[in-house]
Design a protein. Structure first.
Length: 393
């Protein structure tokens, strides 16, 4: 796997450590002299030559500066150009304005959505994947690159995931997509189902789903990301940012031997995902599980299962909670709908931004969650503030 150094210099370039004189050369029988070769940054690099008895400084004669100084100057210029090319938002468009504000857009690095079972993590990741693909399907002043979303579903098969995405797009019941014969007499539903299928077909240049039947290992994820990155750069150079969404982090396996112990496996995967994010300049979003906790309290960072390196490596962590999913009718944080003359409690999906290395924002972003259509509607800040006060009390 490439290192962060390869991101700047390419695999064949010479690193600083390559140019250090080892103790074995202390007798001054070797020196560094300039060769005609040039690395991918356009800077000359050097090889050992035993013909001269004493070391001499390496100078780029054209500019009168050490060549390694010039290499660093080129890196600075490249980073400055990269920064200016990112647009006003900073990163890609999340499709959720409050997440754009909280994280300065969707940026390179690993983000974890951690939560217990039955709170809606998988639904939220599917919504994010679809929104990111749609919101970044064109290039303009605020969207300097398109997004290609690779959705790895390690929990659900495509038979379950595709109906969910169609339901999200058309805001219809998931079961109307999953079981069309049962709902075939409802023309409006069938029309929307057909429109959703077509929308998904039209999105193949921005959105792809990979389920567990194709593989679950970190090596499989790396190989798949490489295949898509190579395809995008070959056919659409500099046009796309690859985004990986993985549901869920704790289901990722390791093909290599020696990772049978749970914590060692998790630590290895956390490090590898960080490397992949850096290597491909990609945002990587994962759901993550909690260990067994008291479900009646709001979660903390150390509630994340095998949390050590996973928490350390992540650039952002959102702790997810759904009072209705956890407590049912005893829930205190909810919104209401009327169904057949009865008031029904519906879940508020809470995301507490507990770690954020993208900006200084810490706080909560809340959503009205409608499970049967797997939709998440961002609550306006004023309305959310009332719920946040209720949570705090």
């Amino acid at each position: 796997m490439n290192t962060a150094n390869d991101t700047f210099f390419g695999n064949q370039s010479t690193t600083l450590s390559d140019l250090l004189v080892e103790d074995s050369f202390a007798d001054n029988s070797f020196d560094f002299t300039q060769t005609a070769e040039v690395d991918p940054m356009g800077v000359p690099y050097f090889e050992l030559n035993s013909s001269v008895s004493a070391p001499t400084p390496i100078i780029n004669e054209d500019i009168g500066e050490p060549a390694l100084f010039k290499k660093m100057e080129k890196i600075i210029e490249a980073v400055d150009a990269y920064s200016w090319a990112r647009g006003e938002m900073g990163g890609l468009d999340w499709g959720f304005p409050q997440y754009n504000e909280a994280f300065e857009g969707l940026n390179t690095g690993v983000t974890l959505f951690a939560g217990g079972s039955n709170v809606g993590k998988s639904g939220m990741l599917a919504e994010i994947g679809w929104k990111v693909a749609k919101a970044n399907s064109f290039i303009d002043e605020n969207h300097p690159k398109k997004a290609f979303v690779l959705y790895f579903s390690l929990d659900d098969s495509c038979n379950e995931l595709i109906p969910r995405v169609i339901a999200i797009d058309q805001r219809i019941k998931i079961n109307a997509v999953r079981f069309p014969k049962k709902y075939s007499h409802i023309g409006e539903l069938m029309d929307k189902r057909a429109q959703g299928i077509q929308a998904l077909k039209d999105s193949v240049a921005h959105f792809a789903m990979i389920d567990a039947n194709e593989g679950q290992s970190i090596e499989h994820i790396e190989k798949t990301m490489m295949e898509y990155k190579d395809m995008l750069e070959t056919h659409f150079p500099e046009e796309y940012t690859l985004v990986a969404i993985i549901d869920n982090f704790h289901d990722i396996s390791v093909d290599k031997k020696g990772y049978t112990e749970e914590n060692a496996r998790i630590d290895h995967i956390a490090g590898e995902l960080t490397n992949l994010a850096t290597r491909f300049d990609s945002p990587i979003i994962c759901s993550a599980e909690f260990r067994k906790i008291n479900v009646f309290k709001r979660p903390q960072l150390d509630d994340i299962k095998s949390s050590g390196k996973a928490v350390y490596e992540a650039k952002a962590i959102l702790l997810c909670h759904n009072d209705v999913g956890v407590k049912g009718e005893q829930a205190q944080v909810y919104w209401e709908v009327e169904e057949q003359g009865e008031i029904v409690k519906m879940p508020i999906f809470e995301t507490q931004i507990a770690k954020n290395k993208f900006s200084s924002f810490k706080g909560r972003v809340l959503f009205r969650f409608t499970p049967e259509i797997s939709s998440f509607d961002e609550l306006p800040k004023e309305e959310a503030r009332k719920y946040i006060q209720l949570i705090a009390s």
